[in-house]
Write a protein that binds this ligand. Sequence first.
Ligand SMILES: [Zn+2]
Length: 171
Amino acid sequence: MVASFFDKKNVQAYHSRLISARIARQTVFSGDSLHFARSGASESGVLDAGLLPRLADSLRPEDGAVQYRLSGATERGRPVLRLEVCATLHLVCQRCLGEFVHAVSLLSVLPVARDEAELARWERDDPLLDALVAERHMDLPALVEDEILLSLPAVPRHADGACAAAVTWKV
Ligand SMILES: [Zn+2]
């Protein structure tokens, strides 16, 4: 009895690992961004460093992949993509050139314009608006890269007083 219980549990664990690996690979969204925003759908997954070439130098396998959640919504009458991203990046401190671990946890709300003309109208009303133009085949990894890069500090560095500790630790 005990043995069969554990066998069943192991089989289930094995299958759930297989399924989650398959989902992680298949749900990198590449469909129509405007349709997704309007549908109110939501999906989440992970992106390996191989899909994020502009961040590859800052990602370490031991920290795991970049996690994202993409949801469609309507805000102020506009279809939007809400993109949440969690990642751990290794940056170079610009004060001591030691490694600087930076946790990214961001939420971007990105209105999706039908076309360039609609985007131009929106930007006239709000010059600081961060909006996208609808794409039939959206490049989600590129968008995740863009949003992470925009969120990074202009001059990455350790907290005041922490550089010496980092150098001592390295030596
Ligand atoms: Zn430093």
